[in-house]
Design a protein around this ligand. Sequence first.
Ligand SMILES: CC(=O)N[C@H]1[C@@H](OP(=O)(O)OP(=O)(O)OC[C@H]2O[C@@H](n3ccc(=O)[nH]c3=O)[C@H](O)[C@@H]2O)O[C@H](CO)[C@@H](O)[C@@H]1O
Ligand SMILES: O=P([O-])([O-])O[C@@H]1[C@@H](O)[C@H](O)[C@@H](O)[C@H](O)[C@@H]1O
Length: 450
Amino acid sequence: MTSSTATPRRPRVLQVAYACEPYYGSEQGVGWNWAKQASRACDIWVICCADDCRGVIEQYLAENGEIPYLNFVFLPQSKIQRGIHKFSRWLPFLNYYAFKRWHYQAYQLARKLHADIDFDLVHHVNFIGYREPGYLWKMGVPFVWGPIGGVQNCPWRFSLPWGGSRIKETIRTICNSIQLRTSLRVRRAASRASVRLTANSTAKRYVEQVLGYPAFLMHENGIEKIVGQKQHNRNFDEPLRLLWSGGLNFRKALHLVLHALSRLPSESSYELRVVGDGPLRQNLQKLADELGIARNIEWLGRIPHEKALEQYHWADVFVFSSLRDTTGTVMLEAFASGVPVICLDHQGAHDFVTEECGIRIPVTSPQTVIETLTEAVVECARDRDLVRRKSEGALERAKVFLWDRQGERMARIYRQVLEKHCKSTDEIRIEIPDQLPEDSKEMVSLYAKS
Ligand SMILES: CC(=O)N[C@H]1[C@@H](OP(=O)(O)OP(=O)(O)OC[C@H]2O[C@@H](n3ccc(=O)[nH]c3=O)[C@H](O)[C@@H]2O)O[C@H](CO)[C@@H](O)[C@@H]1O
Ligand SMILES: O=P([O-])([O-])O[C@@H]1[C@@H](O)[C@H](O)[C@@H](O)[C@H](O)[C@@H]1O
C-alpha cells in the first residue's frame, strides 16, 4: 500500500451495460440505475449500446442536466449485428452471437479507455443473463460480475403439451443445463471475478453449486420512490381490481391467470386489466372468449411507461404469473404503489414476495397452480381487510428495494473489493452513509469472509 497526504480521490469505475435507459424498467432500467447509483460514490464510465440508448439518454441529459461523475460511452453495433437483431425473434441463438461480438468490442474499447483513465474496478452489469458475461474479466483490474440472472428455467410440466413457445422453452432448458456446466467463458468470468452477485436465489445456488464459487444475493432491480399509501376506500361490493403487466408471451403465462379466473364462483366479482402486448395477444384474447370471461377483461396493449405506472393506482392486487423470470420490475412497481402481489412461488418472485405483501402459489402441476390461483383471488375478493393489510406490507417491502439503498449496498461491495485488492484507502475512498439495513450488512460481511 502506498500512503499519501493528498485528499483521497473517488474510485474510477467502468461499467458495461448494453441496455441502459432512463424512463423504463426491465434491463434498460437496471443498466441506468446501477450507473446512476454508482456515480454517487465513484467516477463512472458506462459503455452502452449506442443504437438503443444514445437518443434517449441524450434527451434525458438535455432535459435534466448532466449527472455529476457519470460519463456515457456509446458503442454502436456493426451492420451485421444490426441485421441479426432484426431477425432476433426467429433467430435467438444468432442474436447471442451478435451480442457476444458487441461485448468483445466493448472490451477493446474498455482497454483503450483504461490506458487513459486507469480504472480501479470494472463491472459487467447487463444483460444480466449468465450466458453473456462479456470480457471485462480479462482486463486484470478488480472485476465485479452481476447481478447474474437467466439461470432459471420454465418448470418442465408447464411446457407440455408441445407447441411453439413451449418447444423454445424446452430447448432453452436443455441449453441451460449444458451451457451452465460447460461454457468456458462463464467459468473464466466466475473465477476471475472478485465478487459474483446473483439476482435471485436460484442463480446463487447455481454459482455456488455448479461453478463452485461463493456468490451473494443482490437483486438486480429496484424502485425509484414509494408512490404512496393506497386508498382502499371503495365499496367492498365493487369488483376486485386485478392488474397484470408484461409481454404477452408464453413465459409470462397469462393463460394460467385466465384459466384461474374462469373458475371463480359467481359471487367473486372482479375486473382484470392487462397491460402489454406480444405474440400471443390474439390467442389469449380468444382463450378469454372461450372461457367466457372476456367481458371482465380490459386489454390496454403496450402503453408508455408513465401510463403503465398509473395502472397500479387503479389496482387492488397485481398478478405475476411468470413461469420464467429472473425477478421482474413489475412486482416492485406494484409494491411501490402499495399493491400486493399474487405470484408463482419460484425464482425471483419467491425472493421478492413475502407473506406480508402477497400470496405465493406453490409451483406444482399446471392444474393445481390454476386451482390455487383461483383460491387466492377468491380470498382477496372476500376479505378486503386482508388486501388492505398486505397493501401496507407491500409499502414496507418496497423500502428494501429503493434504488438509493441498492446503490449503498453496491458501494459497500465496491469498497470491499478495492480494499481486498490493495488499493490504498489513503489514495481512494468511497463515501457511503452508514444506514444499511441488517440484511445488507450481513451480505457485505459475508463477502469480507470469503
Ligand atoms: C423473462 C425475463 O427474464 N425477464 C427479465 C427482464 O424483464 P422483462 O422485460 O421481462 O419485464 P419487467 O417486468 O422487468 O419490466 C417490464 C417493464 O415494462 C413496463 N411496461 C410494461 C408494459 C407496457 O405496456 N408498458 C410498460 O412500460 C413495466 O412497467 C416494467 O417497467 O429484465 C428484468 C431486469 O433485469 C428481469 O428482472 C426480468 O426477470
Ligand atoms: O438468454 P435468456 O436466459 O433466454 O434471456 C435473458 C433472461 O434470462 C434474463 O433474465 C433477462 O433479463 C435478459 O434480458 C435475457 O432475456
